[in-house]
Design a protein around this ligand. Sequence first.
Ligand code: ADP
Ligand code: MG
Length: 685
Amino acid sequence: MRPEALNPLFVETEALEGVGPKLRRPLEKLGLTRVKDIAYHLPDRFVERRAVADLDEASVGENIIVALTVREHRASTGRGPFRAMAEDALGNSCALTYFGRASYSARKLLPLGEKRWIAGRLEQYGQMLQIVHPEHVSEDAAAPLGQLREPVYALSEGLTQGRVAHLVAQALKALPMLPEWAEPGLVARLRWPAWREALIEAHRSHDPAGRDRLAFDELLANSLALMLVRESNRAQSGTPLVGDGRLRARLKLPFALTGAQVRSIGEIEGDIAQKAPMLRLLQGDVGSGKTVVALSAMLIAVEAGAQAAMLAPTEILARQHHETLTRMAAGTGVEIALLTGRDKGRARESILMGLVDGSIDILVGTHAIFQDTVAYKNLALVVIDEQHRFGVGQRLMLARKGRRTPHCLAMTATPIPRTLTLAQYGEMDVSRLDELPPGRQAIDTRVVATERMDDVVGAMARHLEGGGQAYWVCPMVRESESDDLAAAEARYAGLKARFGDAVVLVHGQLKPEAKDAAMERFASGGAKLLVATTVIEVGVDVPNATLMVIEQAERFGLAQLHQLRGRVGRGSDKSVCLLLRGNALSETARKRLALMRETQDGFRLAEEDLELRGGGELLGTRQSGDTPFRIASLEQIQRLLPLAHDDARLLMERDGGLTGPRGEAARLLLYLFERDWGVQLLRGG
Ligand code: ADP
Ligand code: MG
């Protein structure tokens, strides 16, 4: 139950004055649904204005506040703007220009012969000075002079700066007084304001200490919650699994394991021999050989007389895993079954029976394998593939299946940097497959100017004629989604005109069935060219696809480019990746593309990506969704996460966890940042 003190913050935005059904939508678009979200909708930046006595003091392009007297109204002609011609104390004239509907109110706002204080950006239009859509117009000096510095918020259609500011002001009034959850020594040393002051001040000025404090709070909540998960996991009982090696001995692999694979299997073996359930993340680039590590772990479970299950994020991946595992384990006599949402009737019944009576040793499937109707005889190990698709909440739910908590091995092909690994998976131990199997051919990566599109299409034609398959990736960036989608569809139409029905299109707005069908046609070789936005399923394995074209590669982050490129280079043939670039490249984009050419090491790319983005990052320009945080920037995560982590540990080990006085405050923090699964676990466990 959420502590009462926080209730005012979790009230829906409609409780605020001025928010009705009409305003709710644009707020939701920004992820603002409750008062707390509004309070935490921090400004991207601030406009700084200068008060000037007259226009001679100001320069073009500057944000100013100046007193002007209105001399003439020039009505709009046709689609032209409405202009109020005004002059300053020296008689310099300046137009106040309004387009569209704004011109109706402008007449009333700027009566003839009256003096008004105007805030806005001074521009030159032909011979004329003008201010377009002044941000403030008032009768007396006091109001605009209070606006020398003004926050600029991220908006969505239907919102204005003024509206948001008005809502923020209300939200800030609702802030309760909360006790300090951070370690007092730390707060004093870094001269951090208290939570409430920090939040209020963050809307008034750029105060680095305050912003750090707010970011720290979010990081602390996260670290603490993950630590609680870890703690509670340690208190659970799982089944100690000790194998005798008989099944693994019968595993006939056409290759020798890499050192990293041997090490990882050893780490897993050590974990699952314990009574406390394993929580381990296996991090390894695409192609690093995670599947055989997972299989070895599952075989240990079966050797020990238990069952194992492997969860894949999509139907296709589940099928692929089932095939691969069945092939690899052919000589072992182990029974491996597949269960997805599509299985119905008899087939499904028989699988369910096999799970209960124990004749099925290993089950592979989508989340269907954890439905309530699916019961296991003795499930002791769960492997989750492409971990990043599942949140901590889901991870925990899986762990609750069965009387005893199964050991959990999570796998991800997203090589994230160490700091972010800690933030995202801090409750787990980590094994890294940082060594690719030998004999991998490097992917020939080239950066090509978009102007050479004809050559690229020509190369594609030769590739397809030679019997190869290929990917064509179009960018899809959140803000301009409809434009990007249109561009992808246009590209698809163009390629289809050239290459016919062998071309399929996959994008995020397709229904899952349509997407699956297209992917399957491509995976089975029926389709030759897959045009896709970035939704190409992670882990999809089509070894015959050895050419990839990525359009507007400069718009992608390094990690994303790397993920995409990992779709090729999976067979024995040489693969090529063409990165098409535009002409106006930023320095960062140039560096990114160069790095892509230089290396294929995912961990290195991940670190460099963080470095490049963290360094060049401006307030408010970061992409959301690539970290579990809303407040903390990449740069702050790197700098403050270690502090937050240490502080969380201090709280757990020295300050009595959530029970002491500081713990009470920390509990509020967990709820504030909705990491309360941490609290619930503690109670449940
Ligand atoms: P991941 O799931 O990590 O992307 P996979 O498990 O699918 O990678 O392995 C990629 C390919 O490499 C598969 O064809 C697999 O058989 C092969 N492979 C795995 N381990 C080795 C190894 N030690 N030596 C050679 N090939 C390997
Ligand atoms: Mg895989």
